[in-house]
Design a protein around this ligand. Structure first.
Ligand code: UDP
Length: 486
């Protein structure tokens, strides 16, 4: 227990999507390990995944559990998890529809009277619930400080606010510590987005000032200029608490992260054991993304011709090309059965794979969890962003941290058929830049190793993230003590 007095009780309320649930559940476990009572708010269909992720912590004595809210869309047949929906339009419906969770969430808050709520960035309406009850709301950002700083500039706060010029010319982001440029096609453009979704992003931005502060899955030494910019220039209170994946000290905890059964785990680790150190390329585009059949074939062709052993995690091509049919003729026999590569269809034990000595690089879509897990494992990355904050994270990895080689993707899009196909030759060349023995590749590997050490130090007792968690617990405890005296 960090502080004397009444025990803090914090609600942690993630968006029901793997990339949001995983880090918030880790955060809840971290706070529970430091004496806080942590309640993770979720729906019945998502509860088993959360419960299997926290059961080892709970058994070891940490006060972490789940509380259920109702899912208001059952009658309409809407799935309870973002990743169970394939259609981009229905995914947007899922995001803009979350205010319907409010009555049920509000009842839980009123019944339990938590000391504070930590809620997903996609739930701006929770700030109103917190204000009504008179408790602090912290927003949980499953992204980098760097991307928060860029978003502050690029996402307009009103529908009428002009964004930068609509052109393919590159433009430089003004007023940030590094020279970072994009083309318009690489950034989210509210003018081209569904108005209700653009409106949600604006709400997320304009409610920021009403939050008690932000909890960010990052660490100070990774992006000090952007932690400072966020705090001093944008003027928001924020705590860096990551990389939260490192709270899972036992491989069994890493394996169960996300609460999915990974049938391939033992086979996968044995396969890795048979490979040379740093020889394997790990390819995974997060928990959500599918590609067109054309693109999948280009990736397959490239992986076959690079000669590097690989693990390729794929969600396949979706409804228009079901499992396996997109692989080039004979690929399984030539590449997989010969031991040159492994394909995981579905869910991989990512953190275990990234930390295996045989893995030398990660081809990633730059989702923030994957980016940070790679950093915590000391691996350089090959960046292939698709949408969301991924193009921002790419710039952080490639231009600022210099631990990544870019694939040169030019189009931000939520639709796989709108993304320009990257050709096999380009992929092969990029893999060579990442995995090869050039001085540039060696330098990237060296910097990645240094960041791994810094990430681990940040999470140890006395480290920057460990200390920030302690400061936040103390601050909330002091606030609670004052509140209970008045
Ligand atoms: N993940 C995993 N196995 C998979 C795919 C993803 O464990 O097969 C985890 C990954 O470790 C990360 C999260 O799912 O913690 C994905 O988050 P990220 O921000 O990288 O991408 P998103 O899926 O949200 O786009």
């Amino acid at each position: 227990m960090e502080s004397k007095g009444e025990q803090l009780h914090i609600f942690f309320f993630p968006l029901m999507a793997p990339g949001h649930m995983i880090p918030i559940v880790d955060a809840a476990k971290m706070f529970a390990a430091r004496g806080v009572r942590a309640s993770i708010i979720t729906t019945a269909a998502n509860a088993p995944a959360v419960e299997s992720s926290i059961c080892r912590s709970a058994k070891s004595g940490a006060n972490v559990g789940t509380l259920l809210i109702e899912w208001p869309f059952s009658a309409a047949g809407q799935p309870e998890n973002f990743s169970w929906i394939a259609s981009p339009d229905m995914r947007l419906d899922f995001l803009v529809g979350t205010p319907a969770l409010r009555p049920s969430f509000e009842r839980l808050v009123k019944n339990h009277r938590p000391s504070a709520i930590v809620t997903d960035m996609f739930y701006p309406w929770t700030v109103e619930v917190a204000e009504e009850v008179g408790i602090p709301r912290l927003v949980f950002h499953a992204t980098s400080f760097f991307s928060l700083c860029l978003e502050d500039i690029l996402v307009p706060s009103t529908a009428s606010q002009e964004n930068h010029a609509d052109s393919d010319d590159r433009f430089v982001i003004p007023g940030i510590p590094h020279r970072i440029d994009f083309s318009q096609s690489q950034v989210f453009d509210p003018k081209k987005m569904r108005p209700d979704f653009a409106d949600l992003l604006m709400k997320m931005k304009v409610t920021q000032g009403r939050n008690y502060g932000a909890m960010v899955n990052s660490f100070y030494e990774l992006e000090p200029d952007y932690v400072e910019h966020y705090r001093q220039v944008i003027g928001r209170k924020a705590w860096h608490i990551g990389p939260v994946s490192l709270c899972n000290k036992d491989p069994a905890d890493s394996a169960i992260r996300g609460g999915k059964t990974t049938v391939d785990q033992a086979r996968c680790l044995m396969w890795l054991d048979s490979k040379e150190e740093k020889s394997v390329l790990y390819v995974c585009f997060g928990s959500l993304y599918q590609f067109t059949k054309t693109q999948l074939r280009e990736i397959a062709g490239a992986l076959e011709s690079t000669g590097y052993p690989f693990i390729w995690v794929t969600q396949g091509g979706g409804e228009d090309n079901p499992s396996g049919q997109w692989l080039p003729e004979g690929f399984e026999e030539r590449v997989v059965e010969s031991g040159g590569g492994m394909i995981i269809r579905g869910w991989a034990p990512q953190v275990l794979i990234l930390n295996h000595v045989a893995v030398g690089g990660f081809m990633t879509h730059c989702g923030w969890n994957s980016s940070l897990e790679s950093i915590a494992a000391g691996l350089p990355v090959l960046t292939w962003p698709l949408e969301a904050d991924q193009f921002y994270n790419e710039r952080l990895l490639v231009d600022v941290l210099k631990i990544g080689a870019g694939m040169g993707v030019k189009v931000w899009s939520i639709r796989k058929e709108h993304r320009s196909a990257v050709k096999a030759e380009e992929i092969v060349a990029a893999v060579g830049r990442l995995m090869g023995a050039s001085p540039d590749a060696e330098e990237m590997r060296g910097r990645a190793r240094e960041l791994k050490a810094a990430a681990r130090r940040a999470m140890e007792e006395g480290g920057s993230s460990h200390a920030d968690v302690g400061r936040l617990i103390q601050e909330l405890s002091d606030k609670q003590a004052v509140g209970s005296r008045v």
